[in-house]
Write a protein that binds this ligand. Structure first.
Ligand SMILES: [Zn+2]
Length: 584
């Protein structure tokens, strides 16, 4: 549908309540007409102008304050956070997001604190392992203790079974009851025609596929019946330093409280440092670099290490109810208000560590008090629209992201509204505190048509979209939108780009490297005086525009050809169609 109504006509109709025309303008997907852009901007102005750096900062300051104790699920900090978010949503006049009339969705979790002991034996040598500096280990099984004695160790390369690439690291080798040792990420296979590049037909080339994620590796290890699964940490391929892992594993961890008590998981899920892996391999008469080379070959077969592993884990368990917080803006169109656009951000962070001297609180200011503040800003902005969008909007603050995307996983597997009526999830995790950028980074570039909408809307800000610079880090699998994607819902995860306006070329890169190295998941992730939140304001305005347009456009966003989520979505939409036919 085309519409080139002049601005004044549109504003006139709005004034006399001719909503249909306003909607037609929003429906117009041809962004070329300046009049359309102007009209649309005029409509959105009250909403867009309500998004400010001062608001983001004040909301972030509340969420990241010491009083919120680092927002750990199941802590006093959770109560404060849930109460704060609920109060804010109510104050804005948004409806409860749960059909039961509340602003929360209970998420039953199990908290477990593992006290592990471990050692390896190879070539007559005992390799001592100190927790958590050399290794971390936990059990996902809801049991008070786990013992593994003298378990045979096997190197399984990347530990991947990927039929679409004709890849099977396990071949016919039985690893039942054994301790498997594997590499992080997926194989970086050189292009046979150009050895300076990666083969783009294998495991997404430079980009990480889900096969590269540690979550996948533990899942397949369980399927294969391994007793213990040990991942070798390497900073480059993992995308983060070892301290990120040792920090998160030495505290209480959580999982969704599954009826089967996770007895189908491997007994032990562990990581070791590169140094300890090298020590193990050399004691077993192997060379780490050679093993890594072998693992890049399709004909790789598991390599027995002639080594034994011992694990003993004391596991302290407790059941808790954590909560997702959810608010709803009901759509204006009676025919479409049962369809949804979701904005998500995780409210949780790492909590506090009483064993530390001095500062004990992981305030998680950027991660993700800013994203949660952004969610509130977007929610408020939607309430300022003179005309609500056709479809409904959900504002979902999820718990347990830092514990493995648990709140979003729970929502996506126990949705409050049908996922085949959910058009998109737009996720925020860590907003920009380094100022406006000329570009917008899309994490998981090429995945869905949402990025085409993003590109068109970004143009209105004189910005353009770019792929993430390190797709090999698997960023797309590392925040809450992924749980929606896994269930087929198109998901957008975008953030400020890499070229800051009026700054040196490497300004953003340096800023981000500094954040990752010094503050990410550390005590020092606190609110800073030198933050510039104007880039975050621009991003939020952009996310507002994208969500608004999706909520008004007839066509559903789609996964692009070749994505691992497309088939899932099509099956889910087809199922919805057949129910419709059956009802008729
Ligand atoms: Zn985060």
């Amino acid at each position: 549908m085309k519409n080139n109504l002049p601005l004044l006509a549109v504003l006139g109709m709005l004034a006399i309540g001719c909503n249909e025309s306003a909607r037609q303008v929003a429906d117009n997907t041809d962004a070329s007409a300046a009049t359309t852009a102007a009209a649309d901007s005029a409509l959105l102005q009250p909403a867009l102008q309500s998004i400010t750096a001062a608001d983001i900062l004040s909301r972030t300051t509340v969420l990241a304050s010491d009083a919120f104790e680092g927002r750990a699920p199941g802590s006093i900090g959770e109560d404060s956070t849930v109460n704060y978010l609920t109060r804010q949503f109510k104050k804005m006049g948004l409806q409860p997001g749960n059909p039961d009339g509340t602003y929360v969705q209970n998420v039953p979790l199990v908290g477990f604190t593992a006290q592990p002991k471990a050692s390896f034996e190879a070539g007559g040598k005992v390799i001592k392992l100190n927790f958590p500096t050399d290794y971390v280990a936990l059990t996902k099984r809801f049991v008070p203790e786990i013992d593994i004695n003298n378990s045979d160790m096997v190197f399984v390369g990347y530990g991947i079974v990927a039929p679409e690439y004709g890849w099977d690291d396990y071949k016919d080798v039985d690893v039942k009851g054994k301790t498997i040792v594997m590499l992080i990420n997926d194989p970086a296979i050189p292009d046979p025609n150009n050895s300076s590049q990666l083969d783009s037909s294998m495991f997404g080339g430079k980009a990480m596929t889900y096969y590269g994620r540690w979550t996948y590796k533990y899942e397949i290890a369980a399927e294969k019946g391994a007793a213990a699964a040990v991942i070798i940490h390497e900073t480059g391929p993992a995308g983060y330093p070892y301290e990120v892992i040792s920090g998160s594993h030495s505290r209480e961890n959580f999982d969704i409280n599954m009826p089967n008590k996770n007895m189908d998981r491997a007994k032990v899920e562990a990581w070791i440092t590169t140094e300890k892996a090298k020590e193990l391999f050399s004691a077993a008469g192997k060379d780490f670099q050679q093993l890594k080379q072998a693992a890049l070959q399709k004909d790789f077969k598991p390599i027995p290490l002639n080594a034994k592993a011992n694990f003993s884990i004391q596991n302290k368990l407790r059941e808790i109810q954590s909560k997702n917080v959810v608010a709803k803006l009901e759509g204006a169109d009676p025919k479409l208000k049962d369809e949804y656009v979701v904005y998500s951000a995780h409210w949780d962070h790492l909590g506090k560590d009483p064993s530390l001297k001095g500062d004990q609180i992981y305030n998680g200011a950027l991660d993700n008090a800013t994203g949660t503040a952004g969610l509130l800003e977007l929610a408020e902005a939607y309430t300022r629209l003179p005309q609500k969008p056709k479809r409904s909007i959900l504002f979902l603050a999820v718990t347990g992201e830092e514990k493995g995307l648990l709140g979003s996983k729970y929502y996506a597997t126990n949705p409050l509204y049908p996922l085949n009526k959910t058009l998109a999830d737009i996720n925020m995790d860590v907003l920009n505190a380094y100022g406006p950028t000329e570009d917008v980074t899309v994490i998981g570039y090429g995945n869905s048509t949402l990025e085409d909408v993003l590109a068109q809307e970004a143009k209105k800000q004189n910005r353009h979209i770019v792929p993430e610079s390190s797709p090999e880090n698997g960023g797309f699998y590392r925040s809450d939108h992924f749980e929606f994607a896994k269930q087929g819902v198109p998901a957008l995860y975008a953030e400020s780009g890499v070229v800051a306006r009026n700054q040196p070329a490497d300004y953003v890169q340096k800023w981000q490297e500094n954040y990752t190295a010094n503050d990410y998941h550390k005590l020092s992730d606190e609110v800073r005086d030198d933050w510039n939140l104007e880039g975050a304001v621009e991003d939020l305005k952009l996310f507002f525009r994208v969500g608004y347009r999706v909520a008004n456009t007839p066509k559903y966003p789609q996964w692009k050809e070749g994505t691992e989520f497309k088939a899932r979505r099509e099956a889910s939409l087809a199922a919805a169609d057949s129910t419709k036919t059956a009802v008729k």
